[in-house]
Design a binder for this molecule. Structure first.
Ligand SMILES: [Zn+2]
Length: 229
């Protein structure tokens, strides 16, 4: 059984989170958040967890080898449990060094295929979306809304989540100066990853993220040749 590994690239507001959620719900894919994995290791006080805790407490970035070790262990565990199906990596790889290490790791797992997916959205559209974005403050919901009047993602009740009734909040960095800075850093980061994948001959699937979620989802399914549902 093959296991496909997906990496979603795209600027803030391009709908990576919503698309991941859709794939998890509709296709039963698993999502691996390296942030959650770190917290889990710390909570279980594993050897990796102790090291991560040390990095965090000394204000350093967690090393690539630690992150890779965690991801590798997770993949091996899932394989041993006979768990199948596709996995979306969330928050990883962050940098070329991690992408490179992941590439080498996947070469060891012969049955795993990597799909970098790029959600393409113009800077203008990112700014337009983020300036009106509000998020459900309930941590286990976190549904995203748009406050634009013409948007299909407006909440039914002003600043209240349709899903769970919690108040909606604006992210502090969803304001214009911060958005420009986030876009600048996104472009730099994304370009270095795209250069890397180009160099190693890894195709990148591009999706038009300006379209409604349903269409983006259908484009993904069509382009990767995955059966629907
Ligand atoms: Zn909610």
């Amino acid at each position: 059984m093959n296991r496909d590994i997906f990496i979603f690239l795209g600027p803030p507001g391009s709908g990576k989170g919503s698309l991941s959620q859709r794939c998890v719900e509709k296709l039963g894919w698993q999502q691996l958040s390296t942030g959650n994995l770190c917290r889990d290791h710390i909570a279980r006080e594993t050897e990796i967890g102790t090291q991560i805790d040390f990095f965090i407490k000394s204000g350093k970035l967690i090393s690539d080898s630690l992150i890779l070790g965690m991801v590798q262990e997770w993949l091996a565990e899932k394989a041993a449990q006979g768990s199948q199906g596709s996995v979306i990596f969330d928050g990883f790889p962050r940098a070329v060094s991690q992408a490179h290490a992941l590439h080498e790791l996947l070469a060891e797992f012969k049955d795993m295929q990597l799909y970098p997916i790029r959600l393409v959205l113009s800077d203008e559209e990112v700014i337009y979306r983020l300036l009106a974005r509000s998020i459900c403050q309930n941590n286990s919901c976190q549904r995203v809304y748009s406050l634009h009047k013409q948007s299909a993602h407006q909440p039914a009740q002003e600043m209240i989540c349709d899903e769970c009734g919690s108040p909606l909040v604006r992210r502090f960095d969803d304001e214009e100066t911060a958005i420009h800075e986030r876009l600048r850093s996104h472009h730099e980061h994304e370009q270095s990853l795209l250069d890397f994948y180009h160099e190693v001959g890894q195709p990148v699937v591009e999706l038009n993220a300006r379209a409604p979620l349903n269409e983006v989802y259908n484009e993904l399914i069509t382009k990767i040749g995955h059966p629907r549902e």
